[in-house]
Ligand binder design. Structure first.
Ligand SMILES: [Zn+2]
Length: 301
């Protein structure tokens, strides 16, 4: 076989491979909608709030996987290459985002680092800094921060589909208004509450705690130090007892048995609080309303 034939065959093989990859992996997008890939559940909810029915959203991180711990696979990048827009939270939440964008190799892909203009919250806890870096990456759980992220997503969507500009502007305005209203509601119900100690599964509520004068302690931090965590755990139980904490919060991605055991030890009960790190059908506002109901109950009992 001469060299030219070899090269042609090699190119053909590559073409067949990439065609079959496209055929297999291209997500089915309803006619006329904008294909958007988002990193995880919270970005799905914020994108949905602005994009409405004009977007078809693919979530990259599968349920049951923490966005912090995810690594994109080849098929994730193929899927991403079919999207017009990629929305990720940033602030170190998805250390793999750059790799995924490069892997998609699509020059037309518009990317939104949603937290790019959010003033970051500096982490002071040593273990937290080790796990998450210098800044708290859970920006979307702050209501003002979520508004900033929704604005960045709005601008990304307008760049992806200029003809839908009015729709995205209108959706953003109404979403921003709802967030302001919710901020006032949180303020009203949490600031006057007799309790201010918030015990969570992992320390995801730093922005919220700062805004409403809560002290966050997390169950995961008590385990994060590695081998026998008994000392930290006893400290946490003592903290709960000393402050008469009646509710220990846990999350979708966490082993509920752990929170239950701890709650029993501390004389409290276990309750879930959503961090939206997983995908679900509820809207951003629905989740934050539900979280407020549970926080309100825990801080007022
Ligand atoms: Zn987290």
């Amino acid at each position: 076989m001469n060299l030219l034939r070899k090269i042609v065959l090699f190119l053909l093989a590559g073409l067949v491979l990439s065609l079959s990859a496209c055929g297999r992996e291209a997500p089915k997008v309803p006619e006329g909608t904008i294909p958007v890939t988002v990193s995880f559940g919270a970005m799905e909810k914020l994108t949905k709030a602005i994009g409405g029915d004009a977007v078809s959203i693919t979530v990259m991180v599968p349920d049951g996987t923490e966005p912090h711990d995810f690594e994109p696979r080849a098929e994730d990048m193929v899927k991403l290459s079919h999207s017009r827009l990629f929305v990720y939270n940033g602030m170190g939440m998805e250390h793999w985002a750059e790799k995924a964008i490069r892997g998609a190799g699509s020059p037309d892909l518009i990317t939104v680092d949603a937290s790019a203009h959010v003033p970051p919250l500096l982490l002071t806890d040593e273990e937290e800094r080790e796990e998450h870096g210098a800044y708290d990456p859970h920006t979307w759980l702050g209501l003002r921060e979520a508004k900033e992220e929704a604005r960045a997503i709005r601008d990304g969507l307008i760049a992806a589909s200029p003809k839908d500009r009015d729709l995205f502007m209108k959706n953003y305005e109404s979403f921003a208004e709802s967030l302001d209203r919710l901020q006032a509601e949180y303020q009203d119900r949490l600031e006057k509450a007799p309790r201010h100690e918030l015990v969570t599964g992992h320390a995801a509520f730093g922005y919220l705690a700062r805004d409403f004068g809560l002290t966050q302690e997390s169950v995961e931090d008590a385990f994060a130090t590695g081998e026998p965590p008994a000392k930290k755990l006893i400290e946490l139980i003592e903290f709960c007892r000393a402050h008469h904490v009646k509710t220990i919060f846990t999350e979708e991605t966490m082993d509920p048995a752990l929170a239950r055991t701890l709650a029993t030890e501390a004389g409290a009960k276990a309750e879930t609080l959503s961090t939206m790190e997983e995908s679900s059908d509820e809207s951003y506002l629905q989740v934050m309303e539900e979280n407020l109901t549970k926080l309100d109950r825990a801080m007022n009992e």
